[in-house]
Ligand binder design. Structure first.
Ligand SMILES: NC(=O)c1ccc[n+]([C@@H]2O[C@H](COP(=O)([O-])OP(=O)(O)OC[C@H]3O[C@@H](n4cnc5c(N)ncnc54)[C@H](OP(=O)(O)O)[C@@H]3O)[C@@H](O)[C@H]2O)c1
Length: 230
């Protein structure tokens, strides 16, 4: 049975990929709400600004760093958010595609969350915890209207499959797994023309996570709580 989860009850949160953008704002808002936050950044130079929000910060590259430190943090987490991601290029099928960019996008957006979930899902399930992965509506075949950023789209479709598989495997033991679309957000990735600011996106994401129940495990939601088709 999942734990009661209200925003006013202090909880332990782990955020993977918090140096900037949505991840940084997740740390800021969870700290503002009085939760205990452990967050990861890739570069030592980014530790200070995340620490300054009152988080405990771990230097961790989601593709290649040893998992021991994040695994320990997951041992007492109620909510874990895998946020790290890259866009790669915006190429369509008819453009040239570099194997190096393909590898970077797939390793970051698919392999890294799979490696992480494989390490932590069992212990999170025992705690009735929640595990959210930042996907994108660009990974939805149902909502697809253009072919741009085809490699990124393929990576987010693949991570949706990873989230769904994790839910099937660990949901029966109590893990709530969510694939989340944050909206089109004004960050380095989303660009300045995007629809919403990062504060609005993260207010919505944290609300969706707080309200999620075991029956929602393996589902795909946007930041407003709307259920998305795969
Ligand atoms: N912005 C949007 O409109 C939008 C829409 C849909 C989905 N999303 C998804 O939301 C998530 C966050 O996006 P964002 O807009 O905040 O992007 P962003 O501003 O580009 O930030 C990306 C974050 O991921 C981290 N990261 C990248 N590769 C990593 C690795 N190997 N190990 C650890 N951290 C790594 C970056 O760390 P460094 O600073 O070290 O590079 C940074 O903290 C991504 O998964 C993205 O695909 C965003």
């Amino acid at each position: 049975m999942a734990k009661k989860d209200t925003r006013s009850t202090p909880q332990s949160i782990l955020i993977i990929g918090a140096s900037r953008g949505i991840g940084f704002e997740l740390v800021r808002q969870y700290r503002e709400a009085g939760h205990s936050v452990t967050a990861t950044v890739r570069r030592k130079a980014d530790v200070k600004k995340v620490d300054a929000l009152g988080a405990k910060t771990i230097v961790f590259d989601a593709v290649k760093s040893p998992l021991a430190a994040v695994n320990r943090a997951a041992g007492h987490a109620d909510i874990v958010i895998f946020n790290a991601g890259v866009l790669g290029d915006r190429g369509k099928v008819g453009d040239r595609h570099s194997a190096a960019i393909f590898d970077q996008v797939m390793r970051t957006n698919v392999y890294a969350p799979l490696r992480f979930m494989s390490a932590v899902a069992g212990k999170l399930a025992k705690r009735g915890a929640k595990l959210a992965v930042l996907s994108s509506i660009m990974g939805s075949k149902h909502h697809m209207a253009t072919s741009g950023a085809v490699v990124y789209r393929a990576s987010k479709a693949a991570v949706n499959m990873v989230a769904r598989a994790t839910a099937l495997e660990f949901g029966p033991q109590g893990l709530i797994v969510l694939a989340l679309h944050p909206g089109w957000v004004r960050t380095d990735m989303g660009g300045s023309d995007a629809d919403i600011d990062v504060e609005t996106s993260v207010r919505g994401l944290t609300r969706v996570i707080a309200r999620a129940k075991l029956a929602d495990s393996g589902l795909y939601f946007d930041y407003t709580g709307k259920k998305l088709a795969w």
